[in-house]
Every structure is written in structure tokens, then in C-alpha cells.
Design a protein around this ligand. Structure first.
Ligand SMILES: C[S@@+](CC[C@H](N)C(=O)[O-])C[C@H]1O[C@@H](n2cnc3c(N)ncnc32)[C@H](O)[C@@H]1O
Length: 265
């Protein structure tokens, strides 16, 4: 992979992104995949992908018209389409045409709103065990990209959207009986953050928690305790089903008020 990216003088090498790509994608090199890259520019990375993934179809999209002849993007396994990554009509026509993608790389505008909207639109069409890469995540930290570096935790950046998805990855473990299920629960296998690039792997994630049952810690503990000591059922009922439940409800109410006062929903 280094050789190919070097040959096409791609800046993905100097940014250290090729190290990350190699780590996740080397095993897929000879597979027949559909790879979508958002952002074509002068076609360096599209050319590199097309040479590296010889058996795959490489689809590049760009908001600007790309001159295929001038950029020598005529390899049989390259398709280039003009459109915006945040245009729902364009993205749905793309999905209609190609159905699903095994690898998606967002190297487009790098504006948080664009990154977030493309991810939301494209995630359903990412194949099982497929990878979604987002490059140049540093724009999440720069106010000139319409972001807020002065309130890192609560600004609506794409890095925060992916940080929040870590909770969806661990949805089974959240000991809040009032937890509201999210579309992403059970659909994400891993999320890896690197300097300025992140990788999400889609896949079935339905492994049960060993500590929490249906978003309740006390329910799980109660069942375990009575299984081990059936004769103490009444005592455990009062402890876990009444006392601990009241405690959980109290904490829930306290946090609800806190979020309400701070306007954090
Ligand atoms: C960083 S360059 C892509 C570089 C290329 N992937 C490479 O590594 O050789 C970003 C490209 O994204 C395109 N772009 C900007 N906004 C976009 C949008 N909303 N939708 C699709 N492409 C966009 C730009 O026209 C530009 O060509």
C-alpha cells in the first residue's frame, strides 16, 4: 500500500493515514469490494485505491466536475460521480445505484455538518463488517469550520457524534432502565480514533452484558443472587427490587433535573 500511495504522490502518506488504512484493509486487498471515496480532487487517492484493490470497484464522488481524461482516471474499476456529500437526493441515487459499500472514506469538505449528514445517510448502506473512515477530523476543533473549540464536550462536532457512538457500541451495559434505544444499538462492532482519522466497523453487536440485564444492574444482580441462594429470595427482593430500584430512580431524577437546568438533552 505504501508503494502505491507513494507512486501517486498521495498526501495520505505524509498524514500517516496509510498506516491506519493498511492496518484495517490489508486483509481485504484481493477481495471484490465496492469502495466509495467522498472527495476526488486531482484523483491521487482514487488512482491509488484502484491499483491497490485491483478486483474492486472504486466509486469517487465530488461536488466539482472532475475531468477524467486530464486526471487519467480511466481505469475500468473507477467510477466518478458529481454531487454533494450532504445532498440527500444525490446520496440516495448513489445508494439506489450501488446498493451497498464495503468501505467508505470521507475525504470531502471536512465541514462537520457535511461529515455528519453523509455518515447518517450512508451508514445503512455500509455492508456488514464494512469500514467507514473519516479523514481530517481536526476540523472538529476549529471554529473556522463552523465548530466550537471553546466548548469541546458539548459542541455538535463530528468527533462528538462518533464519541457518542461509543455509548451505542456499549448500549447493553448502560444501567439506566429509562435508556432509549438508538438506531445504532447492535450495529457497530468497533470505533477507533487516531490522530485526525477515525474508523468505524459496522457489524452485529448483540453480545449480552455480564453485569446488566435490560439496562438494569439491580435486575441482573437479583436474578444471580436468588439463583445462588434461593432461600433468601425475600431479602434479595427487598434489597434489589425495592431499595436499589428506589436508589436508581433517585439518581435518574437528579440527573434529569441537572440536564433540564443545564439544557442538555
Ligand atoms: C481533500 S480533497 C480530496 C482528496 C482526495 N481524496 C485525495 O486524497 O487525493 C477534497 C475534495 O472534496 C471535494 N468536496 C468539497 N465539498 C464537497 C461536498 N460537499 N461533497 C462532495 N465533495 C466535496 C472538493 O471539491 C475536493 O475535491
Amino acid at each position: 500500500m505504501y508503494k502505491v500511495f507513494n507512486r501517486f504522490k498521495s498526501d495520505k502518506l505524509e498524514h500517516g493515514y496509510v498506516d491506519v488504512y493498511l492496518n484495517f484493509l490489508e486483509k481485504l486487498k484481493n477481495k471484490k469490494l465496492k469502495i466509495l471515496e467522498i472527495g476526488v480532487a486531482d484523483g491521487k487517492s482514487i488512482q491509488a485505491w484502484s491499483h491497490y484493490f485491483k478486483n474492486s470497484l472504486i466509486i469517487g464522488i465530488d461536488i466539482k466536475k472532475i475531468d477524467l481524461k486530464k486526471l487519467n482516471l480511466k481505469n475500468k474499476n473507477i467510477k466518478i460521480l458529481k454531487g454533494s456529500q450532504s445532498d440527500p437526493r444525490f446520496i440516495s441515487s448513489l445508494i439506489k445505484k450501488y446498493k451497498n459499500f464495503d468501505i467508505i472514506i470521507d475525504d470531502g469538505s471536512h465541514f462537520p455538518n457535511d461529515v455528519i449528514s453523509s455518515f447518517k445517510m450512508l451508514f445503512p448502506s455500509l455492508s456488514q463488517n464494512g469500514y467507514y473512515f473519516v479523514e481530517d477530523t481536526q476540523t472538529s476543533y476549529i471554529h473556522f469550520f463552523k465548530e466550537n473549540p471553546f466548548d469541546l464536550k458539548y459542541s455538535k462536532t463530528h468527533i462528538n457524534v462518533f464519541k457518542e457512538l461509543v455509548d451505542r457500541l456499549n448500549y447493553q451495559e448502560i444501567a439506566n432502565p429509562f435508556y432509549r434505544k438508538s438506531y445504532y444499538d447492535g450495529k457497530i462492532k468497533s470505533i477507533s480514533f487516531f490522530h485526525n482519522i477515525l474508523v468505524l466497523k459496522k457489524g452485529l453487536n448483540e453480545k449480552k452484558s455480564n453485569l446488566v440485564l435490560n439496562n438494569s444492574y439491580e435486575n441482573k444482580r437479583y436474578l444471580e443472587k436468588i439463583r445462588r441462594n434461593p432461600d433468601k429470595q425475600l431479602m434479595y427482593f427487598f434489597k434489589y427490587k425495592i431499595f436499589y430500584k428506589i436508589y436508581t430512580l433517585f439518581l435518574f431524577t437528579l440527573n434529569f433535573l441537572k440536564k433540564f437546568i443545564l439544557l442538555r438533552f
